[in-house]
Design a protein around this ligand. Structure first.
Ligand code: CA
Length: 143
């Protein structure tokens, strides 16, 4: 899933940030932040959200240090690629992966990328070794 948003900055504005809130995942995650005056114009931003299997909320928060003179706004929010891929009767070739339960055919580059692209998790099963970077674990595919 991804969406586009446009933001407008006037003069002497503080920071603005968009947060993602998912009840099951605890505190909000900052998806986007603008710090300074970026001119009196609408700009384009694209944010990749990945797959969100739980209900979620987006919030736009304004951060000001007491002095505020300007406008922060978003508009034309569009969500894209929100549905799972449809089932396929076959899925052949080394550049494709056939999902176990949903029978969707996905690009093999989506296998073991930490996102459930199939909807049944089969593209993230059997990702066989893990690298430990402190408290962060990264699963690396050897398929
Ligand atoms: Ca995946």
């Amino acid at each position: 899933m991804s969406f586009q948003l446009y933001y407008n900055y006037g003069q002497s504005v503080g920071a603005a940030e968009m947060q993602l809130l998912v009840d099951e995942l605890g505190p909000p995650t900052v998806l986007w932040r603008a710090y300074y005056n970026e001119g009196n114009q609408w700009l384009k931003a694209v944010i990749q959200l990945g797959r969100l299997p739980h209900p979620f909320q987006l919030s736009l928060d304004k951060i000001s240090l007491g002095f505020y003179d300007g406008v922060s706004a978003i508009d034309d929010i569009t969500f894209e690629n929100c549905a799972l891929p449809p089932p396929a009767l076959s899925c052949e070739g080394p550049s494709h992966f056939w999902c176990r339960d949903t029978k969707a055919c996905i690009d093999s580059l989506l296998v073991c990328d930490l996102v459930d692209n199939c909807g049944d998790g089969s593209d993230e099963d059997n990702c066989t070794w893990k690298a430990n970077f402190g408290n962060i674990y990264t699963i690396v595919s050897i398929r």
